[in-house]
Design a protein around this ligand. Structure first.
Ligand SMILES: C[S@@+](CC[C@H](N)C(=O)[O-])C[C@H]1O[C@@H](n2cnc3c(N)ncnc32)[C@H](O)[C@@H]1O
Length: 240
């Protein structure tokens, strides 16, 4: 097939990104394009990015779960030397945009797949991974609705080495979760909710989700992995 001219590439990208659904294009396409085209992440990313860059992905088979258009997938391959990166998102348009960047710029070892990573057939279809990456996937809504512990348990079944996962150790009910204490307690009968704060990391520990896993923080500004910060941060769970 004939390669697209620069203008054709731009027109097609604009058309793909011209969509109302916020789940489809969540990450800025310009940042992903810079990374793919120039192989530099300077000026891109968010406050999780410097922490993510401290993870060791060299030579690893990585699953970017909830990849959106693939910012962290490309970072893992281009900048961090992952052996293979499979990007998964349930938004077909996000996957189309990620694939479009990959087809234009490479690298060959990144591939995009439209899939729900919590579906029962997922592991059978895609095999096991050394590392799973979940950036802003176990977000405030997921935690409010009580889906976080199940999501983590599911991901634990598919990796052999580590999970890189963003969450807040403690959530503020009003600011982050937008629920009353009574509503949240109904979702997490075993959760500690005090002074308008939900102790989420403590709940994950209490439910046994960290048994057989070590937990550390990749953000050097936080030092205690079992801290009670309400700041969103990147945790690394390693199989022990
Ligand atoms: C807030 S965005 C974060 C995107 C990406 N990790 C990043 O930081 O650029 C969350 C993404 O997770 C996807 N997602 C959430 N649950 C999913 C699931 N069970 N299977 C596949 N994708 C999922 C959504 O479609 C969305 O694109």
């Amino acid at each position: 097939m004939r390669a697209l001219s620069e203008q054709e590439f731009r027109n097609r990208l604009d058309a793909l990104c011209d969509i109302e659904d916020p789940e489809a294009i969540w990450r800025t396409p310009e940042e992903v394009e810079q990374l793919c085209r120039h192989h530099t992440h300077d000026g891109t990313g968010d406050r999780v990015t410097p922490s993510f860059l401290r993870a060791d992905l060299r030579g690893r088979r990585v699953a970017d779960l909830g990849s959106n258009i693939g910012y962290y997938s490309f970072l893992a391959s281009i900048v961090m030397g992952a052996r293979e990166v499979l990007a998964f998102d349930r938004s077909p348009r996000a996957i189309e945009v990620g694939s479009f960047f990959q087809a234009r710029f490479g690298p060959e070892n990144v591939s995009f797949h439209s899939a729900n990573f919590l579906a029962p057939e997922f592991t059978q279809d895609f095999g096991r991974f050394d590392v799973a990456v979940l950036i802003d996937v176990m977000g405030d809504t997921c935690v409010r609705e009580g889906r976080g512990p199940g999501l983590l348990a599911g991901v634990q079944q598919m990796v052999d080495e580590a999970i890189l996962l963003v969450f807040r150790p403690v959530y503020k009910l009003k600011e982050h979760l937008k629920v009353s204490a009574e509503e949240l307690q109904a979702v997490y009968p075993d959760g500690r909710i005090e002074d308008g704060r939900f102790h989420y990391l403590e709940l994950l520990v209490r439910r046994g989700l960290l048994e057989g896993w070590s937990l550390d923080l990749l953000d050097p500004t936080f030092t205690d992995p079992l801290d009670t910060s309400t700041q969103k941060q990147l945790f690394r769970l390693r199989k022990v």
